[in-house]
Design a protein around this ligand. Sequence first.
Ligand code: DPM
Length: 358
Amino acid sequence: MSGEVSTSPEGNGKVTRVIRMGTRKSQLARIQTDSVAEKLKELYPDLQLEIVAMSTIGDKILDTALSKIGEKSLFTKELENALERNEVDLVVHSLKDLPTSLPPGFTIGAVLERENPHDAVVLHPKNAGLTLDSLPEKSVIGTSSLRRAAQLKKRFPQLEFENIRGNLNTRLKKLDEKEDFAAIILAAAGLKRMGWESRISQVLGPEDCMYAVGQGALAIEVRARDRDILEMVSILHHPDTVLRCIAERAFLKQLEGGCSVPVAVYTEVKDSVLYLTGAVYSLDGADCLKDTMQTNIELDNKVNESTEEHVNVAITANNISVTALSAAEKLGLDLANLLLTKGAKDILTTARQLNDAR
Ligand code: DPM
């Protein structure tokens, strides 16, 4: 293995590797990294894990909506530099923050079992007991996600939507301590990981708000050439989650979407069939193209021999059937192509232009 090698503290002569895990400094990032560290420690009790925390552009620019910063690798660049320089061996991310293509030399070596992928409503304490349906007219809802705003504007036209930025702690503070927002919308997964599940007053189902590509899943980014680390983390892959996320990422990639366009998905695996619903929206949600397709993902025994990526969405999953991986990717491509033939490109181009002009 490349990297540092040290002898174990017991002095029993056993050689163990120090694995350095890069993380952002936010509380959510730390919690996510610690949870992966715990899993690795359980699987490989001899590993020595070190956590290296850094700030990223996304953490520093807290006053601008994500969709307006225009940097795709907002939360990832500094961490990738550290990976490249061998200062860390792996980085834990929320998959939804990872672009569908990574710079050369990096790959996602594990996608862990997805938490609840849906968005949730967190109410100002004075509105306890209400829902998006029963909040007073013109109540202001905080979100800077174009995806959430587009869907919810259409579904709840009596409400108003305004940007809110900052990490989860800042947002909850802004909600509770001021009168600016009646409620805010956040991913249920992040709230749960922070221990704030009790603040969730409503989980939004797909009829109200479909989720972002990769939402709720953690991903481990590694150096693509580092076979040992790739092999070590690959057992953390959760097959259904990987296949769902490959389909979702292929869909987004084919649409040429990023975090600055209103694209949403909903996926399910039932009896070896993978279902993908995908949609694109205008900023006000008035224009919407949405469709569902499915594919068989029966896992055969044709497991990958190599540690190469078998799909074009920056994920390496050599312990999962190549046939299933390819079927999932094709599903995403096919659904995107279907929406493109119906005019998805125009909707997204207009949304992008209007958002840039704001
Ligand atoms: C991305 C978006 C947001 C994050 C856009 C979207 C939300 C931005 C905002 C791509 N990344 O969802 O349409 O509300 O202004 C982010 C969160 C998590 C990962 C927080 C959240 C935690 C959940 C997870 C920010 N990234 O969405 O409430 O692990 O999926």
